[in-house]
Design a protein around this ligand. Structure first.
Ligand SMILES: [Cu+2]
Length: 227
């Protein structure tokens, strides 16, 4: 089950390959940033101990070449995995399951156009929740999606701006009236993901949560054919 908990200071466990790659990129960038920061603080420390023997130095072409080229190399080291990730996030895949989310004030409706399935999804009233559901986070009709299958998720809105957000997939898809936003992704694990609307959309913005059950492709096909 993928949702945020108290005292959690790192990302959620990833449920999509895109998020796995994003977290990996974040980790490698942080290693680089902390190394640079460590180096800079080491120089500060060394300056505080120096006897200022080279305070009359006004020119050193070797040093200048070094401090020009070294950051350039670092930028290339940063930009290569960054561009790779950018293209990976936009990767177009064949044989996709199409899935459409539509934001309303204040609920979501979902469509599977290939299977002619569509339904609305409202937050559960606090009188309807049981000991297995989360207050203000569970819905009456959960989304069901297959894992290890290329998905094409589109989002739009019927009224105002909304945002279909799933933190464990590293996905924020803006729902804009009159416009379709699309993202391609592959979910890597089975489980339940919780998300919320992330674009302030009116009085009940906090009360239109998203719950997705990710199951195997064969289970998904039997669910969708028996809907
Ligand atoms: Cu909202």
């Amino acid at each position: 089950m993928k949702m945020s908990n108290w005292y959690q200071y790192y990302f959620l466990d990833s449920m999509s390959y895109q998020m796995e790659q994003s977290v990996f990129f974040y980790d490698s960038v942080m290693i680089l940033i902390f190394s640079i920061a460590g180096f800079v603080f080491m120089i500060y420390f060394m300056i505080s101990l120096t006897s200022f023997s080279s305070s009359m130095l006004i020119e050193d072409s070797m040093l200048e070449s070094l401090w020009t080229c070294f950051p350039m190399i670092l930028m290339v080291v940063l930009v290569t995995p960054s561009l790779r990730l950018l293209y990976l996030l936009e990767e177009s895949l064949v044989s996709e399951i199409l899935f459409k989310t539509v934001g309303h004030q204040w609920y979501w409706s979902y469509e599977y156009p290939q299977f002619f399935v569509n339904f609305d999804s409202y937050m559960l009233n606090s009188l309807d929740i049981n000991e297995f559901s989360y207050r203000l986070l569970d819905v009456d009709n959960r989304v069901v999606l297959p894992s290890l299958t290329p998905l094409s998720v589109t989002s739009t809105s019927e009224d105002v701006l909304h945002c279909w957000t799933m933190p464990s997939w590293a996905l924020k898809l803006d729902s804009i009236p009159g416009k379709m936003n699309q993202v391609k992704l592959v979910l890597s694990k089975n489980g339940i993901s919780y998300g919320q609307c992330s674009e302030i959309c009116g009085a009940n913005h906090s009360f239109m949560p998203i719950v997705v059950e990710v199951i195997s492709f064969s289970m998904f096909m039997s669910w969708v054919s028996n809907f």
